[in-house]
Ligand binder design. Structure first.
Ligand SMILES: O=C(O)CCC(=O)C(=O)O
Ligand SMILES: [Fe+2]
Length: 322
């Protein structure tokens, strides 16, 4: 009988001895024999680009095969890829169908179906009804606030999903492009990368895209930021020097309001914003000609009491592949 655990252990042990080629050959042999465990491991390698060139299409096929062989975790990732069109065409109806089937045994799937049922969505997962009209907060830079873009339930859901994933927030190093710790940004963050961007998070990303007049695939992964007392995001520009596909806009959604301090401020424009739960702040980081708008410099002031939670999405000029 096939016992999957030893394969994973064997592969890990080969990798730790720098025998990655042997591990890869073993996995590929087992994949050829239809071993779901091997499909699951290789899918993760293909998805992350660890040990093998990254290939999202191949990752998606392997997650499906692993799922068909009974790997529930691979099934979750496959559903997420299908909903968001990662590694192949999007199939929103197909993803909902998989969620429905899983909901019999997986409360997370049931919760997602409930939240999606509360949203008015079209057959692609886009908002089917008009979004709140934005209030213009400033014109240079362009800053607008969409009251209640997310419901209280959606905000609470994002916060709950993010909590177990919280890690110290990073910034991009200006010359190497690496993610580094920096006292400019002392909050914690959780990032909903593609494998964990479930259909609810995807539908919220589509709502952000619709409100900002952009395509969903221009957005970087949605991040949840948590600021405890004293934590802040010091003055910075979201546009980064040297990016070819620049961060044209930023959308911040306030997930709660029971804290003090923590305003989002634009010192050059003399603006200070404090959203209610579900309010979304959209601002432009670039001038119409594409250069960085230095007036878009902004900060999240230190929280003084309570905990501030926001969702943040940096939106690129064109399709963004992480
Ligand atoms: O926390 C805030 O209010 C600002 C967050 C921010 O600037 C960002 O996520 O880029
Ligand atoms: Fe920012």
């Amino acid at each position: 009988m096939n016992n999957p655990a030893p394969l994973r252990q064997h592969v890990e042990s080969l990798v730790s001895q720098w025998k990655t080629e042997d591990a890869r050959t073993l996995l590929e042999q087992r994949v050829a024999q239809g071993d779901p465990e091997a499909c699951g491991v290789l899918a993760v390698w293909r998805c992350t680009g660890q040990h093998l060139p990254r290939d999202l299409d191949e990752a998606r096929r392997l997650f499906l095969r692993a799922a068909q062989g009974g790997d529930a975790h691979a099934g979750v990732i496959y559903t997420n890829f299908l909903a968001a069109g990662v590694g192949g065409a999007a199939d929103w109806a197909g993803a909902l169908d998989l969620l429905r089937r899983r909901s019999a045994i997986d409360p997370q799937a049931g919760q997602q179906l409930y939240l999606l049922g509360e949203m008015a969505l079209d057959d692609k997962g886009d908002p089917a009804e008009a979004l709140p009209e934005p209030r213009i907060i400033g014109t240079s830079p362009d800053v607008r606030l969409f009251p209640k873009l997310f419901s209280e339930t959606e905000c609470a859901y994002l916060a709950a999903q993010a909590m177990p994933l919280m890690q110290p927030a990073m910034v991009v190093h200006p010359t190497t492009g690496e993610q580094i710790r920096n006292p400019i940004r002392t909050s914690d963050q959780a990032i909903f990368t593609w494998p964990i961007e479930n259909p609810v998070i995807h539908a919220l990303n589509r709502r952000i895209a619709a409100a900002s007049g952009t395509k969903e695939d221009q957005g970087e992964a949605l991040q949840i930021l948590r600021y405890r007392p004293g934590q802040e995001y010091k003055k910075h520009l979201d546009a980064l020097a040297g990016l070819e596909n620049q961060r044209v806009m930023t959308m911040l959604v306030y997930l709660n309001a029971d804290y003090e301090g923590g305003e989002t401020v634009f010192p050059e424009a003399d603006l200070s914003v404090r959203g209610e739960t579900g309010d979304a702040l959209l601002f432009r980081n670039l001038l119409p000609g594409g250069e960085t708008d230095m007036r878009s410099i902004h900060a999240g002031l230190p929280v003084t009491t309570g905990v501030k939670l926001i969702a943040s999405r940096w939106i690129r000029q064109q399709r963004f592949i992480d």
